[in-house]
Design a protein around this ligand. Structure first.
Ligand code: NAG
Ligand code: NAG
Ligand code: NAG
Ligand code: NAG
Length: 385
């Protein structure tokens, strides 16, 4: 979904950051751990995801903000709570593009300006993402990490347009933008090659190309995913799209159309794409329940056809559990849907509550009990162990 910029919160979180002790490992232990991690890279088998050797249905969540926190102990707190809750997969923002380097201590990853790009591997840069990966490794949480935003939050395609010219639709074929985007992808992947904590690399958050022929996004997905596989062949790759554009079980409503330039089924057939993603925000798309169940079932059928698992990667309703719990039940029983990660996880950080865009499900609330505790119980029952 489209997020409002929460610069104020992040600034505060940055200043409030404590100097937490990192999870220290001796070099020897690290080497042994690395060998274990290589064997533990998440994968897929038929219509299932495989984590730690288990081919199961998995639950998880989204926390776009966790790589932008400056407090290690806040990162560890969230990871330990996810582990306790049985939330296995966490989707985070792997990008943070700026046109001007912040002077207020805010975290940034990629400075793009005036035709050039610089990657920030400093303490207020990718070292923050490093800590998220390290903490995820320690807590056995698996991360989906994406590389650019379709929306303007944390830079996104608009920031590339500012630096290199072009617009929201020409970005996918703009040479200078794609060169910079790939340099950034390469820099991130090189840091976490072989890590057990990465579930998948993701091309973008909600890529769209309104009014474009679907071949534009298709060609971009095909070449970018092949590029990522050339950097790390064993790692799963997904698109991060909303799942728009499909004929299977289409009711003709807007999200099923090709209006945003996305063809879910054609893209899913690309060999270097391991699984499909779908998002679900009926109220933002002028739809009403039980439409959400149709959306999930239609994708399940398309994923079965493609022979690949699919992830209900974002879903949200301002009503929370009364809408979302039925979607979870549908996802769990729909063949082809192999997991779900709700939008979005909420917790108490040292700086106060994590960002609340109205869709946040805070740990410790009655909605959390239904959408996390109860859901994880149902999943365990369905997985039968
Ligand atoms: C942009 O690049 C040009 C050419 O290299 C240079 O002359 C100019 O000063 C740069 N502008 C900024 C704002 O960095
Ligand atoms: C974006 O740029 C392309 C290529 O220059 C152009 O054809 C298209 O009309 C532009 N789109 C918008 C919305 O300006
Ligand atoms: C989070 O903090 C609020 C306000 O201090 C408190 O009421 C709530 O119980 C806390 N939640 C959890 C799960 O600790
Ligand atoms: C869940 O959150 C919604 C929206 O804030 C609220 O109306 C509802 O009462 C909550 N449900 C429970 C079980 O507390």
């Amino acid at each position: 979904m489209r997020r409002v910029l929460l610069a104020k919160f992040l600034l505060w979180a940055g200043f409030a950051a404590s100097h937490a002790i990192s999870i220290g490992d001796s070099m020897d232990r690290r080497a042994v751990q690395d060998a274990h991690q290589k064997a533990a890279i998440p994968s897929r088998n038929g219509l299932r995801f495989v984590i730690d050797g288990q081919a199961d249905y998995f639950a998880g969540s989204n926390s776009y903000w966790i790589p932008f926190l400056k407090s290690n102990s806040d990162v560890d707190l969230v990871m330990s709570h996810l582990k306790q809750s049985g939330l296995k997969v966490l989707r985070v923002w792997g990008f943070n593009d700026v046109n001007e380097i912040p002077t207020d201590g805010r975290v940034w990853f990629h400075h793009i300006s005036n035709g050039t790009s610089t990657i920030n591997d400093g303490a207020d840069g990718l070292q923050r993402l490093d800590y998220v990966v390290k903490s995820a490794e320690a807590h056995d949480v698996k991360l989906i990490v994406n590389f650019v935003n379709n929306w303007g939050d944390y830079g996104g395609i608009a920031a590339y347009n500012t630096a290199f010219g072009g617009n929201a639709t020409s970005w996918y074929t703009d040479e200078a933008s794609q060169k910079s985007y790939r340099e950034y992808i390469k820099a991130v992947i090189s840091r976490y090659k072989g890590s057990s904590a990465i579930f998948a690399w993701e091309l973008a958050n909600e890529p769209r190309c309104r009014g474009c022929d679907t071949s534009v996004i298709y060609n971009w997905v095909k070449s970018t995913s092949a590029f990522i596989k050339s950097l790390e062949p064993a790692r799963m790759v997904c698109i991060g799209d909303e799942g728009m554009g499909l004929t299977t079980q289409s009711d003709g409503t807007y999200p099923f159309t090709y209006y945003e330039g996305v063809d879910f089924e054609k893209n899913l057939d690309i060999p270097t794409i391991d699984f499909g993603t779908l998002h679900l925000y009926p109220s933002q798309w002028s739809e009403q329940d039980p439409w959400g169940n149709l959306w999930i079932e239609a994708h399940g059928a398309a994923c079965v056809k493609a022979g690949k698992p699919c992830l209900l990667e974002e879903y949200g309703s301002l009503a929370h559990a009364s809408s979302e719990a039925p979607w979870q039940q549908t996802a769990l029983k729909t063949k082809g849907i192999a997991g779900d990660t709700f939008w979005q996880y909420g917790d108490n950080l040292s700086s106060g509550p994590s960002p609340d865009d109205g869709y946040t499900i805070f740990r410790g609330t009655a909605n959390y009990t239904i959408l996390v505790t109860d859901h994880v119980k149902s999943i365990k029952k369905a997985n039968k162990h």
